[in-house]
Design a protein around this ligand. Structure first.
Ligand code: C2E
Ligand code: CA
Ligand code: CA
Length: 810
């Protein structure tokens, strides 16, 4: 044992020849992660120190040191202490107390050694033996033990891994104890010539050493990462320390005889190893948490455990117990080893089951909210459907989709978005009954599965309550977020044998889609027709992509009439789609799809080109054709398109149209989507000589004041107001009069849409509306029919003009 070894030397404290303080640059800060060589370009200090110490040991062994040989051990012990302080300050490990634990141990060894030198207690097993050196040294071992425990603790944050490591260590300790008992303790205790307290004290070193071996082994083999240099050096130091202890114990009990210079070697090398360990950059890793450590069955660990477990058996076979005490101790060790091994096995099996359960849990749950995910929801729903089938109680799905969640995420950041979702999840959790389930099945989609509600109204009531709950503002990081939710409800009839969880979720999704379409913040209950419509929409969307290239699109033209004269002033181009299987598809069915998918940009460009070319032909070929104008509808999406202006410029030039011949029709809502951008783009379009018209006027924001904001030439009074002119009620007439007054004040022309009857036409004329368009004059027709229509309308206008005096005279 090293207490004796050190004690046999003179112990003058001496400073390491290679004082590391001189050489090491200071750690700038804690974040300094330079774990490579300290001395840039120079030999690393750790190598220099190790070489010097190695040299000293070589001189020591060869006997060249002379009287200086007595300095070897105090010197190297002191070197280890200094190296600890230097290493900790240089590398700033996350936790330094395990290192200082080891240093404290070495300091006590050093102190014990000094005391021992003065009392000459080595090999003295008589009642005169001074006990003080041992009483100082043994706490030194405890300090080392605690230090090593500190490393193990810092590494394994997870309690379960810690217990496993401790059990592995216990196996190693028990095996070491068996050997120690056999070769050291039993003989030491059997020295009947010595007083009992001395025997006990000497024997006490064995179990202590065994514990240290155990912790070291546990540390070395339980790591999930590759062993670092510092790991290996510390392991070597501890093993060498143990070898030294065993040799000294044998020396103490006179079991062996050898020159002390040789017996000192393991200790000397132990301190060199340790010094190198403390000065190696990877020392910092010793107290880093070992993330991957899952007590993997490394080969090294298995070998150690296997050896440890077989040792008692080997002893039992090779050496029949000699005394009752011997038998009792070995029996106890075997019993304890078996117990620990079984415990370890049971824990491993449980651990396996636990990690399997954890995997299943992870696969069925959402990591953010801890709610079941889509898979979990489906599993639950499948079970619920089976139960529902048995009890014929309906199951209902309430699917909540947060409105404009992307906006929240984009404007406040993803962390904020996560907080928001957590709050939503918490509100939903609170709102459901114990029987029901709330799951997060998509980014901002939460599904509630409601069981055992017999009444559809009851389910609707829950859906509306949920909608209200999520409409209450959220408070996140001091800001208030107002949000709304679109909800789709599906009520499943349990008698339906074709019900599947996935199918129900899809239906709920369709209903949510409808709720969004209806302007969001709404609850929509799914019905079969909805499914068909959704399917149809999908088909349309797919087919529309090819409609243009397959020549399925065409334009119809509807004449626009100059009101006092009744002559044709121009046309509105209206898009038609002739679907190969469904025939004519209404623009109101496919244009929104074209807008949603962005296809409208391409299609719209084609419409403009086609309409402009057509107008150019008519202006050239029809009688008095050069008065004719063309109106083309423009979607908001097209207005946003930055390439729009250039494209239109090309088109107008190609058709060689004069200024004012082309009018673009835009709805109020498409202008209001982004008024600033709209005003800018409209200004550039105007500069090309294009006229602008507000379509469906009066149905949108209806603010006449907005007219001033945009360079508008025409407003098209919506069909709804024109329709009102049929009745006696004069409110629509008043409204039209107001529009006309306002428009003419601003120099804007008015066009009435959807004129179907002569009565309406006359009243519009009296209201001084400039132009009219509607079935009364002509339905939208294909281009080839237009010359005939124009001729008919123009001659009718002439006829009417001559008829006017008659009518007035009547
Ligand atoms: P809109 O711009 O308001 O077009 C007028 C709609 O009213 C046309 O419907 C037209 O056929 C219809 N209409 C005309 N006179 C009468 C009438 O006297 N009575 C009734 N009941 N209806 C009349 P259509 O052709 O079905 O177009 C519907 C909508 O599709 C258009 O409404 C327009 O918003 C859009 N649209 C049509 N073609 C295009 C296009 O090329 N581009 C864009 N972006 N949208 C278009
Ligand atoms: Ca229009
Ligand atoms: Ca319109």
């Amino acid at each position: 044992m090293d207490h004796q070894m050190i004690g046999s030397r003179g112990s003058t404290s001496t400073k390491g020849q290679d004082d590391p303080h001189e050489r090491f640059p200071r750690a700038e800060n804690r974040n300094n992660s330079d774990l490579g060589s300290w001395a840039s370009g120079r030999l690393p200090v750790v190598t220099v120190v190790a070489l010097l110490e190695g040299l000293w040991i070589t001189l020591h062994v060869s006997g060249l040191l002379g009287p200086l040989a007595s300095l070897t051990f105090p010197l190297l012990t002191f070197g280890a202490i200094v190296a600890t302080v230097v290493g900790v300050r240089r590398y700033q490990p996350r936790s330094s107390w395990p290192w200082y634990g080891l240093a404290t141990g070495f300091t006590l060894f050093l102190a014990g050694a000094i005391v021992r030198t003065t009392s000459h207690s080595l090999g003295d097993l008589t009642s005169h033996r001074a006990l003080l050196p041992d009483l100082i040294t043994i706490p030194g071992y405890l300090a080392i033990f605690l230090g090593l425990m500190g490393f193990a603790r810092a590494r394994h944050r997870d309690r379960s891994t810690r217990i496993d490591t401790a059990l592995d260590a216990a196996v190693a300790a028990l095996a070491a104890l068996a050997l120690g008992w056999l070769f050291l303790m039993n003989p030491a205790l059997g020295l009947t010539s010595s007083p009992l307290k001395v025997r006990v004290l000497v024997a006490a070193y064995v179990p202590i050493s065994a514990c240290i071996v155990a912790v070291t082994a546990g540390l070395a083999f339980s790591t999930g990462r590759k062993q670092s240099t510092a790991d290996l050096l510390r392991l070597a130091a501890m093993v060498l320390l143990l070898v030294g202890d065993v040799l000294y114990m044998m020396l103490e009990t006179h079991a062996v005889l050898m020159p002390e210079t040789l017996v000192d070697i393991p200790y000397a090398l132990a301190f060199v190893s340790y010094t190198a360990c403390a000065l190696t950059p990877s020392m910092r890793l010793q107290t880093e948490p070992d993330v991957e450590a899952q007590n993997s069955a490394t080969v090294g660990r298995m070998v150690i455990l296997g050896l440890a477990l077989s040792i008692p058996g080997l002893i039992a076979i090779s050496r029949p117990a000699t005394s009752d005490a011997d038998r009792a101790v070995l029996g106890g060790v075997v019993f304890a080893l078996t117990a620990v091994a079984i415990l370890r096995m049971v824990r491993a099996i449980h651990g396996h089951a636990r990690s399997e359960a954890r995997l299943v849990h992870q696969s069925q749950h959402d990591a953010l909210t801890e709610l079941p995910n889509r898979v979990g929801a489906r599993t639950f729903l499948d079970d619920a459907l089976v139960r529902a089938h048995a009890t014929s109680a309906p199951v209902a799905l309430i699917l909540c989709d947060i409105d404009r969640f992307k906006l929240i995420n984009d404007s406040h950041g993803h962390g904020f978005g996560d907080d928001f979702l957590l709050k939503v999840a918490a509100r939903l959790r609170r709102s459901i009954r114990p029987l029901d389930l709330v799951a997060r099945i998509g980014g901002d989609e939460f599904l509630i599965v409601v069981q055992g509600m017999t009444d559809d109204d009851e389910v609707l009531h829950v859906a509306h309550r949920t909608r209200r709950a999520l409409s209450e503002p959220f408070h996140i990081n001091g800001s208030e977020i107002a949000s709304s939710v679109s909800i789709g409800v599906v009520i499943a009839e349990p008698t339906d044998p074709d019900l599947t969880a996935e199918g129900l979720i899809r239906d709920a999704d369709t209903a949510v889609y409808q709720a969004k379409d209806a302007g969001r913040d709404a609850v929509v209950v799914f019905d079969r027709g909805m499914h068909d419509r959704a399917l149809q929409r999908l088909t349309l969307q797919r087919d529309l992509r090819h409609a243009l290239e397959r020549n399925e699109l065409s334009l119809n033209y509807q004449p626009i009439i100059d009101l006092p004269s009744g002559r044709v002033s121009g046309f509105e181009a209206l898009l038609r789609w002739s679907h190969p299987t469904w025939g004519q598809v209404a623009p109101l069915s496919f244009i929104p799809i074209a807008e949603d998918t962005g296809l409208i940009v391409e299609i719209g460009a084609w419409v403009l080109e086609e309409a402009c070319a057509q107008l150019a032909t008519w202006r050239r070929d029809l009688p008095h054709g050069n008065r004719l104008e063309m109106s083309v509808n423009l979607s908001a999406r097209q207005l946003r398109d930055p390439a729009m202006v250039d494209r239109l410029n090309d088109i107008v030039r190609a058709a060689n149209l004069p200024r004012g011949a082309l009018t673009l029709e835009l709805t109020e809502s498409s202008l209001m989507e982004n008024p600033t951008l709209a005003a800018e783009h409209l200004g550039r379009l105007k500069a090309l000589g294009v006229s602008l018209s507000i379509d469906d006027f009066g149905t949108g924001y209806s603010s006449l004041a907005y007219l001033q904001k945009f360079p508008v030439d025409h407003v098209k009074i919506d069909r709804a107001f024109v329709l009102g002119l049929e009745s006696e009620d004069s409110s629509d007439e008043t409204l039209i009069a107001a529009i006309v007054a306002m428009a003419s004040a601003l120099g804007i022309q008015t066009v009435a849409e959807g004129v179907e009857g002569t009565e309406q036409a006359e009243r519009l004329e009296r209201l001084n509306v400039d132009r009219a368009q509607g079935y009364l004059y002509s339905r939208p027709v294909e281009a080839s029919l237009i010359p005939g229509v124009v001729t008919r309308l123009d001659s009718a206008a002439r006829g009417r003009l001559t008829a006017v005096p008659e009518r007035f005279s009547a």
